[in-house]
Ligand binder design. Structure first.
Ligand SMILES: CC(C)(COP(=O)(O)OP(=O)(O)OC[C@H]1O[C@@H](n2cnc3c(N)ncnc32)[C@H](O)[C@@H]1OP(=O)(O)O)[C@@H](O)C(=O)NCCC(=O)NCCS
Length: 193
């Protein structure tokens, strides 16, 4: 079943619960999305609700990927809330359900976010990456390049400080094949009326 995307889906109680469950599962599988495992849904819910409040206000955008009616991928397109940075956004909480990883869904989700950003007329997208997971390789394949690094910014545990990487996709430049190549796994974004 191809992945289909929805931009700014209705924020129903069911979707909110699905997002909290996915975020919890991703974290407990070792994902770097704002927490350190182990977590339970009660840990994740307040952070998720804050992120969703930004979407409900219309400031941030939510992009989800659905496979056979099931939520499998999520990211937030976060506004900088600063007029001098109104021309670009930060992609946050990029995550794919653990059982659905490795099938091209993450890459398809990121490509779709770039299409949305281009349609919004944005100049670029930034992602902030926790070092030590090899995640920079995932973003590099999609045309992002490292533009900054704060040494030891993230204290995962005592004695385990990780660099925080800032990676950037310039939407003003012609994109390379990695970015523009469509994915057989994906179909176009729909927005609810
Ligand atoms: C990172 C993540 C979104 C990637 O999604 P995915 O669906 O598993 O990735 P894809 O199948 O689309 O992989 C695309 C490419 O990136 C590579 N890749 C995927 N995850 C990677 C990782 N953690 N490190 C390095 N490369 C990775 C794949 O090997 C693939 O390479 P290829 O095109 O040469 O075959 C997903 O693994 C995830 O949700 N991780 C946990 C949450 C997380 O840490 N998010 C990052 C926040 S900064």
């Amino acid at each position: 079943m191809p992945l289909s995307f929805v931009l700014d889906p209705p924020l129903t109680d069911a979707l909110r619960a699905d997002i909290v469950a996915l975020w919890t599962d991703v974290t407990n599988a070792g994902g770097a999305v704002g927490f350190v495992a182990p977590v339970i849904p009660d840990d994740v819910r307040p952070v998720a609700e804050k992120a969703l409040a930004g979407v409900a206000e219309g400031v941030d955008r939510l992009l989800i990927g659905v496979d056979d009616g099931r939520l499998v991928a999520v990211l937030f397109i976060a506004d900088n809330r600063f007029p001098l940075k109104a021309h670009w956004r930060v992609l946050k909480r990029v995550m794919v359900r653990p059982g659905s990883q490795g099938r091209g869904y993450g890459a398809a989700l990121m490509r779709e976010a770039a299409v949305v950003a281009s349609e919004l007329g944005l100049a670029g997208l930034q992602v902030t990456v926790r070092d030590g997971h090899g995640l920079d390789g995932f973003y590099r394949r999609l045309g992002y390049r490292e533009v900054g690094r704060v040494p030891g910014a993230l204290r995962i545990a005592p004695g385990d400080d990780r660099d925080e990487l800032f990676m950037w996709l310039d939407l003003r430049q012609p994109q390379d094949a990695a970015f523009t190549a469509g994915s057989a796994a994906a179909s176009a974004t729909s927005s609810p009326a």
